[in-house]
Every structure is written in structure tokens, then in C-alpha cells.
Design a protein around this ligand. Structure first.
Ligand code: HCA
Ligand code: CU
Length: 463
């Protein structure tokens, strides 16, 4: 069965501009434990006093997961890992020629001696030890075997095969791990795969087939540069494709959303599994198939993640999708009316980025001539923004106009400086958008008013 080490708190915090508070880290650790990850890499205590404090708090929670502290090969780092109460220290020391020559200025023999000394020191303190040959995938293979076995002899029971630059391909990874497994003394093998070519999870899965035990993940795929495998993608791939159902999948969306909030790092809509579009269907052919049987275009039922499928209505839409949307609101239309409604939607859809239920209901009202008294399920809101100084106003307006969910932006008089009209699919999307707006430089505070009902005036309703 797959083991997962989640390193959102260490590798994830190495994402550019991401920092967590101690309380946030404790909350994240709790959520990870609930999902059932085997190990939580909680930080490198030498980085800052607060990183050390967070590891200490997490280690004292009595979680099921093993708590790992990361450290360079230094006695003081290892002492700090011990002082934090971590179960295990992960000592990393680079082994590739370029790292030894350019960064560490050490020979291979010196490197082996340093690694053995520090592994043995950590063992003497009673810590479990993982040894990471940093840049392992660019390390000469014979030397890699030698250095890992030296670490195992000194007391390490885990080796992290680190693809620090994300340069592996699945078939190479499979062969390398298999060869490594054959040559290493008894130990567990972790896979730490960076995503520089978008191959991190594929490489990690191939490495597991090659005989490795554990994959390193982060929530939302955070990490240096382009990050490492995303926890939700990893768990779901093993759950559905490999039939390994060890982890609790139901909290995955929650932890992903929480991480978006506290990291200020928002998911691309097309992100697999957790992205907004993962279960959205657009073309007439697809939506027609989905409405007949969702298995036609869904790799799995989104409800196992607590998610819902979404049918996008715009110029690509066919009659069945529009009829089904109207039906959800209890609105009945004749075949002729439906024809006209779809034609209007197709025309509007050529000019507009997004159509909301309010638009569709309005078209249905116009076409049928009957009053439609329902409240659209998607949300419209006015977000008012105060800027720190008027120097920022035009820059903030520009940023606001760049958000796809913002339809209108006004500079206004009064307590606030800017008002924006936003349309979003649900409360989660509204919360995310507001959090994102708050990270815009120059925004001091925001206030949001939800629209309960919308009326058009005598003008043409363009505003
Ligand atoms: C880094 C170190 C590391 C370590 C991985 C590990 C890497 O370069 O910051 O300890 O498993 O990518 O090599 O994250
Ligand atoms: Cu890394």
C-alpha cells in the first residue's frame, strides 16, 4: 500500500510568497492527519524560531502521522529537530557532481563521511532518520548507491530519491528505482519528485511500480518553483486507478480550499481533481452525453469528493442542457420557446465571457413573456474596496478588471473608493475571490453585499 509523506508545511512553505502562521500550520497538520497521510514533514527548525515552534506544537498533538523535521547535515539542526519533539529527522545532503563542486565544495569521500557522521549523530539522539541525497536523479548511479548504503549502515531506515530539478520521465524513473531497490540495503524508499515538466505525479507513480514505498506531496502542489505532486491528485489516482483506498478522500476539497485561503495561492480552474472546471461540461455533444449518462464524459463521480457536476451554458450549448437548467428551476417551456431561447443564448454567448443563471432566466422571461419569479442559485455581489492611498486606485481598478468573475468596476464617492460587481457560481467561489481581491496591492479593506434580487430599469440594462 502506498505511503504518503505530506510536506505542505516544509516544501509547500518554500513556494514563492507563501508563509503560514503557527496556528495555520497546526490546523493544516490536523487536516492532513484526518486524511490519513503516513508522515507530516512539519518544517526545518533551523529556518526560524516560528518554524521550530510550529513543529513543536504539531509534535505535541499526538497525531497518528509520524512527524518529520527537515535539516541540513549539521549537528545544531539535528539538535533542534530533537528539541522540537519530532519523531524523525530528514537529513539532506546533495550528491550530484554539480552540487558537490559548485555548492558544497566537497569530494565524494568527504560527502560520505559527513553524511555518515550526521546520520549516526541523529540516531544517537534517538531520532529515526531519513537520508535525502539531494539532486539524486543527476547523481552518478554507483556513487548514489554507495552514499545511500553508507547512510543506511549509519542508521537511516529511509532514503528519499529526490528528483530535485524534476528532470525524470516515467520510464526512466521506473528503471532507476528498480535498480536502486536491488542495490540498496534494507530500507524504505521515498520519492520526492519536482514538477518542472509537469511529470511529477507520473514519475512518482512509475517509481512506486519500480519498488518505492512513499510519495511526497503538498496540498495544491505547492513547493519550490512549480512544486511537487498535489495531495488530492495523488490520493485520487491511487484510489481510482490503482485501487488503493487507504486514504480518506472526503476532506480533500476542504484542505485544498483552506490552503488556497491561507497561502493566497489560488488554483487554476483547469487544475485536476480540485480545480473549478474539473467536473464542468461545455460543448453540446458533451453536455448531451452527460445528461443521458454522466459516465460518458466523467472519469469518476464527483460526489465522492463532495463535488457537483456543472453544465456550462453558452454558445456551445445545445437544447438539452438549456431545457435541463430551466427544469431545475421548475420552468416549463414549449419546444418552440426553447428553440428561441437557445438561439438568443448562442448570440449572447458570442460576445460575453460567461453567462449566469440570472441571464438565462431573463432570456426565458423575455421569450415566454411570463414572469419568472425564482432566485438564481449562482451569486451576484457588490464588493466595495477601500484603497490605502489614491495612488493605488487606478492600479487596483486595472487588477479588478482582470478578474474573470468581475463584470463591472466603478470608482465611487463615499467611504469606499471602488465598487465591483461580481458573479460567481457559489459561496466558495465568492470567498476565494474576495480573499484574492484582498491580496491585491493597495487594497486596505473590502465589504461585500450580496444581491438578493435583480431588476432592470427602463434603460437597456447594459450596466
Ligand atoms: C531542496 C531539498 C529537497 C529535499 C527533498 C527531500 C529537494 O532542494 O530544497 O528531503 O526529500 O527537492 O531535493 O526539497
Ligand atoms: Cu523539494
Amino acid at each position: 500500500m502506498l505511503e504518503i509523506l505530506d510536506t505542505t508545511l516544509r516544501e509547500g512553505e518554500q513556494t514563492p510568497y507563501v508563509n503560514f502562521t503557527v496556528d495555520e500550520k497546526v490546523e493544516i497538520a490536523r487536516m492532513l492527519d484526518f486524511i490519513g497521510v503516513d508522515m507530516i514533514e512539519a518544517g526545518d527548525p533551523s529556518v526560524s524560531p516560528n518554524v521550530a515552534k510550529a513543529i513543536e506544537r504539531i509534535a505535541s498533538l499526538g497525531l497518528r502521522a509520524e512527524i518529520v523535521a527537515h535539516s541540513v547535515a549539521s549537528r545544531s539542526g539535528i539538535d533542534k529537530a530533537k528539541a522540537c519533539g519530532a519523531d524523525r529527522v530528514a537529513i539532506f545532503y546533495a550528491t550530484s557532481k554539480i552540487h558537490l563542486d559548485a555548492k558544497l565544495h566537497k569530494t565524494q569521500e568527504q560527502a560520505i563521511a559527513i553524511i555518515q557522521e550526521h546520520v549516526a549523530y541523529a540516531r544517537s539522539l534517538g531520532l529515526k532518520v531519513r537520508y535525502t541525497p539531494e539532486d539524486a536523479t543527476r547523481t552518478e548511479f554507483e556513487f548514489l548507491v554507495q552514499v545511500c548504503n553508507a547512510a543506511i549502515e549509519a542508521g537511516a531506515d529511509r532514503i528519499s530519491f529526490a528528483d530535485t530539478l524534476g528532470i525524470m520521465q516515467p520510464h526512466v524513473m521506473f528503471e532507476r528505482v528498480r535498480a536502486l531497490r536491488e542495490r540498496l540495503l534494507p530500507c524504505k524508499i521515498d520519492l520526492h519528485c519536482h514538477n518542472d515538466y509537469g511529470l511529477a505525479l507520473a514519475n512518482a507513480m512509475a517509481g512506486i511500480r519500480g519498488g518505492a514505498d512513499c510519495i511526497h506531496t503538498t496540498v495544491n502542489g505547492l513547493g519550490e518553483r512549480t512544486g511537487i505532486p498535489d495531495l488530492a491528485e495523488t490520493v485520487m489516482s491511487f484510489h481510482n486507478l490503482e485501487g488503493d483506498q487507504k486514504f480518506n478522500i472526503q476532506p480533500l476539497m476542504n484542505v485544498s480550499g483552506y490552503l488556497e485561503k491561507v497561502s493566497g495561492f489560488f488554483l487554476a480552474p483547469n487544475k485536476p481533481i480540485t480545480g473549478q472546471n474539473a467536473f464542468s461540461h461545455k460543448s453540446g455533444v458533451h453536455t448531451n452525453g452527460i445528461l443521458k449518462d454522466p459516465r460518458t464524459y466523467e472519469p469518476f463521480d464527483p460526489s465522492i469528493l463532495g463535488r457537483e457536476r456543472k453544465i456550462i451554458i453558452d454558445k456551445y450549448t445545445g437544447k438539452s442542457a438549456v431545457a435541463s437548467r430551466l427544469d431545475e428551476y421548475g420552468i416549463e417551456v414549449s419546444a418552440a420557446e426553447l428553440e428561441v431561447i437557445v438561439t438568443r443564448i448562442k448570440n449572447i454567448g458570442d460576445n460575453r465571457k460567461q453567462l449566469f443563471d440570472a441571464d438565462i432566466l431573463e432570456i426565458a422571461e423575455q421569450v415566454t413573456g411570463r414572469e419568472i419569479d425564482v432566485i438564481p442559485r449562482d451569486i451576484s455581489a457588490m464588493v466595495m474596496l477601500e484603497v490605502e492611498s489614491h495612488v493605488y486606485t487606478s492600479a487596483v481598478v486595472r487588477r479588478m478588471r482582470g478578474f474573470t468573475n468581475v463584470s463591472h468596476v466603478y470608482e465611487i464617492t463615499g467611504d469606499y473608493d471602488i465598487s465591483a460587481f461580481v458573479n460567481v457560481e457559489n459561496m466558495m467561489a465568492l470567498n476565494n475571490l474576495i480573499e484574492e481581491i484582498r491580496t491585491v496591492q493597495g487594497v486596505k479593506r473590502t465589504e461585500t453585499r450580496m444581491v438578493l434580487k435583480k431588476y432592470n430599469g427602463n434603460g437597456n440594462g447594459k450596466a
